[in-house]
Each structure stands twice: as C-alpha cells, then as structure tokens.
Design a protein around this ligand. Structure first.
Ligand SMILES: C[S@@+](CC[C@H](N)C(=O)[O-])C[C@H]1O[C@@H](n2cnc3c(N)ncnc32)[C@H](O)[C@@H]1O
Length: 256
C-alpha cells in the first residue's frame, strides 16, 4: 500500500486514523443503541484503526500500535494508577523522543561491536596530527566516549537534539573527564561538516538522502562519511563493514 498522508509524519496520520475509528465506533453505538463493555469497544476501535492504517499505507508496526492503543488506554484507566504517573512518564518520553514525530529518528543505541568496528576505520595514528570526529545524533554519547578512550589522538564532537539524552551524555563526558570530547545540544542540520575528518551517523532511512546531499556539499575531499546500517538511496558505499551484533549492523563508508 502507498502512504497517502504525504505531507504529514506517520505519527500524525496514526493519530488522525485513531480519531476517525473512535468517531466511527461512537456513531455506530449511538445509532444502533448497541451495548458493549468499554474494553470491547476499545478493541473494535483498535481493529478499525489498524484497518484504516493498513489502507493508508502506514508501516506494519503502526498496525500493532493502532490495535493496542485504545484497549491499553482502557486497561490503564481501569488500573486506578495515580494520574501523576502518566504525566511523569509522558514528560520523560517527550524529553527522550523530543522531535521524533517530525524527524522519524528515534533514540536507539549502537552496540559496542559497532564502536569497535568504528575504531578500525578511523584515520591511522600519526605523530602530532589529530583528527576530528562528529557523531550526528549522538544519543547517550557511547560512540564518543568509547572512541575518546581508545583513540585519544582524535577530537570528538556529538550533536544531539533531544534534551534528556543530551544532558546524560554531557554528564557522562564531564564526569568521565573526556577532555577530547564534547556534545552540543543542537540540530544536526545546522552543523558545518567541513570541520571534520570523519562524520558518523546512525539515524534512520528517512533523513539519509538529505544528509548525503549535505555531506557532499560540505565535507572535504579525503574525509570519511560513515552511516551505520542505513543506506543512502542510489549511492553505493565504497566500503562496507558487517558487524556481528544483535541488529546485524553494517558500517557503510564513503571516501569523500
Ligand atoms: C539512533 S540514535 C543514535 C545514537 C548514537 N549515535 C549511537 O550510535 O548510539 C539517533 C539520535 O539522533 C538524534 N537526532 C535525530 N534527529 C536529530 C537532529 N536533527 N539533530 C540532532 N540529533 C538528532 C535522536 O534524538 C537520537 O538520539
């Protein structure tokens, strides 16, 4: 199925479809005068939202989210949990996932096997010569702090848009005394890539085409652009490094 909400992110489309299913069920109950438990109505609402989502071309995992959303809501309300708990959980999720509904790049972390694979593709050590490394969307700073430890001849910069991961990675760098690393709370699209010998990205399929254009426009000849796992449409990498981790990650490397 083709995605039909071309100008809206999937999260907004999913919410609209969930509302449409809810209105449909509500009108049906009103018109027919049918009686059913709130949980049964919630399951019907979820089922209908999933069907709408399927025909709207949403990705497969959205169908499951749509199916479970209303029944989970009813079950949670029935559990009588304190309302503040929901507020706190919501705020934590907002601080971690920040602009994900817009960027479609959520937080998930590279494995330590990816960190080790990265180690091996960094520029070779040379006396009196440092290299600059940028992690676009640096998450909790694991890539930066690992490389800063094993290759102290580099300068490591992370850029992270979500406040809580930024804060945690900032603390990790501060408390760990990684003097050759820093993390910026910023939007990666405002970064100047010409400053770096290595630019690393572990994002999602969505921004790769735009990011490739930015890298081509800004990165200097002889530098490295590395994407973990996510390909650039129509651009074969010059090297690939398969990583034997849980996600079957691959480093895709371009010599600019
Ligand atoms: C898949 S995680 C990768 C984390 C880390 N680089 C690693 O390999 O473990 C992607 C991160 O990019 C961040 N992000 C997404 N869009 C961004 C943007 N426009 N500017 C800065 N960070 C962004 C997300 O908040 C998320 O933390």
């Amino acid at each position: 199925m083709q995605y039909i909400f071309k100008n809206s992110p999937p999260s907004i489309a999913a919410l609209l479809l969930q509302c449409a299913a809810f209105i449909f069920i509500l009108l049906t109950v009103k018109i027919t005068g049918a009686h059913a438990s709130p949980l049964l109505l919630a399951w019907l609402c979820g089922l209908l939202a999933s069907i709408f989502s399927y025909f709207s071309g949403l990705a497969i995992w959205w169908l499951l989210i749509q199916l479970l959303f209303a029944p989970t809501l009813v079950l949670m309300l029935g559990a009588g949990l304190p309302p503040n708990l929901f507020l706190v959980a919501f705020l934590i999720l907002v601080l971690v996932y920040w602009g994900t509904f817009r960027t479609q790049v959520p937080l998930y972390l590279s494995s330590d096997k990816v960190w080790h694979a990265l180690e091996r593709v960094l520029p070779p050590e040379q006396a009196d010569q440092r290299f600059a490394f940028l992690d676009l969307g640096s998450g909790l700073g694991g890539v930066l702090t690992h490389l800063a430890q094993v290759r102290p001849d580099g300068s490591y910069v992370g850029v992270e848009a979500a406040p809580l991961p930024f804060l945690l990675s900032w603390l990790r760098i501060r408390l760990g005394c990684f003097h050759n690393s820093r993390v910026l709370w910023a939007d990666m699209w405002n970064c100047d890539l010409s400053q770096y010998e290595v630019v690393f990205a572990y994002l999602s399929p969505v921004p790769m085409e735009k990011l490739w254009l930015k890298a081509r426009a800004e990165m200097r000849t002889g530098t490295l652009f590395i994407s973990s796992t996510f390909a650039v449409p129509d651009q074969s990498p010059h090297e690939t490094v398969p990583v034997d981790d849980l996600h079957r990650s691959t480093l895709l490397i371009w010599h600019m």
